[in-house]
Design a protein around this ligand. Sequence first.
Ligand code: UGA
Length: 438
Amino acid sequence: MDIAVIGTGYVGLVTGAVFAELGNHVICVDKMPERIAMLKDLKMPFFEPGLREMVERNMEDGRLSFTTDTGEAVKASEIIFIAVGTPPKENGETDLGQVEAAAAEIGKNYNNYKIIVNKSTVPVGTGDLVREIIVRHKPPELDIHVVSNPEFLSEGQAVADALNPDRIVIGAPNQQVAMKLIELYSILEKPMIITSVRSAEMIKYASNAFLATKVSFINSVANLCEKVGADVDEVRRGMGLDDRIGSRFLRAGVGYGGSCFPKDTESLLNVSKAFGAEMQILEGTIAVNRTQPVLFVDKAESVLGTLDGKLIGVLGLSFKPNTDDIREASALHIIALLQERGARVQVYDPMAMDNVRRSGLQASFCEDEYDAAAGADAVMVLTEWNRFRQLNFSRLKRVMAGAHLFDGRNIYDPAVVRRYGLSYHGVGRPSVFADETH
Ligand code: UGA
């Protein structure tokens, strides 16, 4: 099929590359000339395992191309995916400016029947808005249908997720339109669910909000575990074995971040208020997530006596492993709190250092985890990169001035850490003190 994808962010670029890989002809469009020039040069705008290779392969085979000319892409395509950014406004509402602009461009260049597919995460009702805008601009005699086909890929495993989704949701106005999307996706041999456009839009928000709520729920349980002397890691294992609950997204820690959960929970809460069916549960989800970094820093302050004048080594800055994305990363909230309370900070991340430097953070940027720990009173692990799971504790202890390890993702065995003369402090688990620090 001939496909256009408008927007070359995470969702757009991965979607375009994967559809090309599946044998379609895909034109990816972006308004930013620098970005298109980079992509033509095979420079990816973000790190995502396997993406560059897939883009290269499909460009060479002539199935994938890049342009800044939306008109050209629209005219050449029978299916057009809108995958532009939907950032939050100051008041928590979703800014649909880029979606509206894309719809207007589609309308102005509409030359024959096409299906327009919304892949951006958008509030319920946006499908109708997109349709209205296109209808306003397109020749009246040409028919048009708008579909909602939300994307569920996770950063760091986006290519794998797009090729191997749990389910494909197709929100279509009628069966015939749905069939076209079924045809496109059938090669993946995955479960597909056909719904109304509005239900599909809701499925995306409700799924992200549910997962965020699961994380905030276990974080609340973790905070109680600390008070009552239980270990949340044992609790989560016991809970997760119940099929009805499931073990995924039950890891306690310093809170969720990224470009989706924080924004989507706020947006859904906003929509629910606007329609008079306020989802109070989301107020709790969001509040717990805001507090989680504060509680972690409070704990460090109480263990160290004060943070004023202390040197803290921070390992992990991205919002999760295998990505260089630092948007809403808990690590950055924690660093800001540490600095507010007078601590100096040395940081290291395997992939996000450039992005953090660009963000303007004032800290010592280190070569590796041991460099970041050198002379530190305490080390905090805030993103569970695999290389941090394999920390050499004796080396860590040797280079540190103090002996406190704060495990913001509960990845270590407290007893093992203690064996190396370090005190262990996790989230929702009893602290284990090494003899010389207690
Ligand atoms: C999330 C969803 O998982 C995807 O299905 C969805 O497509 C995507 O948003 C989106 O809307 O585009 P993503 O933001 O890439 O994906 O990251 P997740 O893996 O969901 O992690 C989000 C945050 O939750 C991370 O900060 C992570 O550390 C945290 N988390 C996750 C926990 O604290 N505990 C857990 O058990 C799981």
